[in-house]
Design a protein. Structure first.
Length: 376
C-alpha cells in the first residue's frame, strides 16, 4: 500500500539540516553501527541493489532509504547523556474525553458491520530544552537501550533529511532472508499475563488473518503459514501476545513488492485494512508521521533485512520531541480500558525521555505518571 517512488539518489553532503543539527549521519540498526553516508533515496527498489541500508518508512510521508559505507558492531554511546523535555511539558493530540469518544465511534462502526477492528492512537509532544547544545537523538537511543531494551530498537540520524528517530520497538514488521519473509504482529497488551482478556486474543487472531492475506499477495501459493500463534512475550513493564506469519517470496519479487503488499502494518491499522485507515484518518486529528510506520535495515548484497513496527518510538521534528501511543479497538473494548492501555504503553518510555521536574526525585519507570491530559 506504499507507493514505490522513483525518486533519484541524492548524495550525502556536509550541510546543516532543517533541524538545525550538524551531527554526522548515522544509524544503529540490527545491532550494528552504520556511518559514512553514501546516498539517500525514496525509491524502495534500491533495497534490492547493493550495500547496507537504513530504512525509515513513515506511516504518513515518503520513505527514506539511506546507504552507508561503514558498518560494524554497535558500541556504547560515547557522547553526552540525553537531556529531554520537562516531564510536565507533554501535550496530547487527543485528550481523554476525545479518545474515549473515538473508541465509542469505532465500536458503533463495528456494530454497523463497517470494520472488525481499528487501531486508534494519539500523539504526544513536548518542546526540546533550549541550550547551547541541541539534544542528540542518538543519546536518546542510548537512554532507551539502557532503560527499556527492545529486540527491534533502532536509531536513525539524518539531520539533512529531517530524520531523527529513536525506536524501542518490540515488534517485527517484516523480515527477509533470501526468499523467506515473515512478520510477527503484536496484538494484546497487559501489565501481567493474568491480565489478558478475551479481547486481546481476538485482536491478535484478526490481525494474523490480515497479515496472512497481505503476505499471500507476494508469496508462493501455499507457502504462507503461522508457526507461532498467541505466544506470550515479556517486555519492560508489560507483556504482549505475539504471533508469527511467514512465507516464501515469489521469484522476481523484492523488497518494494513485499512492502507495497504489507504496509502499513496490520497491527497498527485494523481490519479490513482500507476501511480501518478511513476511520483513522477521520478520528485522529494529526498525521502519525514516523509513528506506526517502520524502521530497520536491509543488506542488499545478502538479501537480508528486518524492519520494525515503529511503536514505542520517539522522533524530533520542529523543535519538539514526539511520541505516539494507542491500541486496537474491538467490539469488546471499553473506552476507559483503552485509554488506560495507552498510558501503560507510554509510561515507561516517557519517564526515560523526560527530564525530572526541578526539586523532585525522578519516579521509578513503572510508577511515573503519564502527563497526557493536556490537550495540544
Amino acid at each position: 500500500m506504499v507507493g514505490v517512488s522513483s525518486g533519484s539518489l541524492s548524495s550525502a553532503g556536509p550541510r546543516s539540516g532543517p533541524s538545525g543539527s550538524s551531527a554526522a549521519p548515522l544509524a544503529v540498526v540490527g545491532g550494528r553501527l552504520a556511518t559514512g553516508l553514501l546516498d539517500v533515496t525514496t525509491d524502495l527498489g534500491a533495497l534490492d541493489s547493493q550495500g547496507f541500508w537504513a530504512v525509515v518508512l513513515p506511516f504518513s510521508g515518503p520513505p527514506v532509504c539511506a546507504r552507508f559505507a561503514d558498518v560494524r558492531p554497535a558500541r556504547p554511546w560515547p557522547g553526552p547523556p540525553w537531556v529531554g523535555p520537562a516531564a510536565d511539558a507533554w501535550t496530547t493530540s487527543l485528550d481523554r474525553a476525545a479518545f474515549e469518544a473515538g473508541v465509542e465511534q469505532i465500536r458503533a462502526a463495528i456494530g454497523a458491520g463497517d470494520v472488525y477492528q481499528v487501531n486508534l492512537t494519539r500523539r504526544l509532544r513536548a518542546p526540546l530544552p533550549a541550550g547551547p547544545v541541541r539534544p542528540d537523538v542518538a543519546a536518546l537511543g542510548a537512554a532507551l537501550a539502557a532503560g527499556n531494551p527492545a529486540p527491534f530498537s533502532a536509531v536513525v540520524r539524518l539531520p539533512d533529511h529531517g530524520v531523527e528517530v529513536a525506536s524501542a520497538s518490540p515488534e517485527r514488521f517484516l523480515a527477509r532472508d533470501g526468499r523467506r519473509v515473515w512478520s510477527s504482529p503484536i496484538k494484546g497488551t497487559a501489565a501481567t499475563v493474568d491480565d489478558f482478556l478475551p479481547k486481546d486474543r481476538a485482536e491478535n487472531v484478526m490481525i494474523v488473518d490480515l497479515v496472512r492475506n497481505d503476505l499471500g499477495r507476494v508469496c508462493e501459493w501455499g507457502s504462507v503459514h503461522v508457526p507461532a500463534l498467541l505466544a506470550v512475550e515479556p517486555h519492560p513493564g508489560l507483556v504482549h501476545l505475539v504471533s508469527t506469519v511467514e512465507g516464501q517470496l515469489r521469484p522476481g519479487l523484492g523488497w518494494a513488492d513485499a512492502i507495497d503488499a504489507t504496509f502499513p502494518p496490520g497491527s497498527v491499522t485494523g481490519a479490513p485494512k482500507l476501511a480501518a485507515l478511513d476511520h483513522i484518518a477521520r478520528l485522529e486529528p494529526v498525521a502519525r508521521g514516523v509513528y506506526c510506520g517502520a524502521v530497520g535495515w536491509v543488506d542488499a548484497d545478502r538479501q537480508q533485512g528486518e524492519l520494525n513496527v515503529a511503536i514505542r518510538t520517539f522522533w524530533i521534528e520542529d523543535g519538539h520531541l514526539h511520541f505516539g501511543t494507542g491500541g486496537g479497538i474491538t467490539w469488546d473494548s471499553s473506552p476507559a480500558g483503552e485509554w488506560a492501555e495507552t498510558e501503560l504503553k507510554a509510561r515507561r518510555l516517557l519517564s526515560i525521555a523526560s527530564a525530572p521536574t526541578p526539586g523532585t526525585e525522578p519516579p521509578a519507570p513503572d510508577q511515573a505518571p503519564v502527563p497526557a491530559s493536556r490537550h495540544a
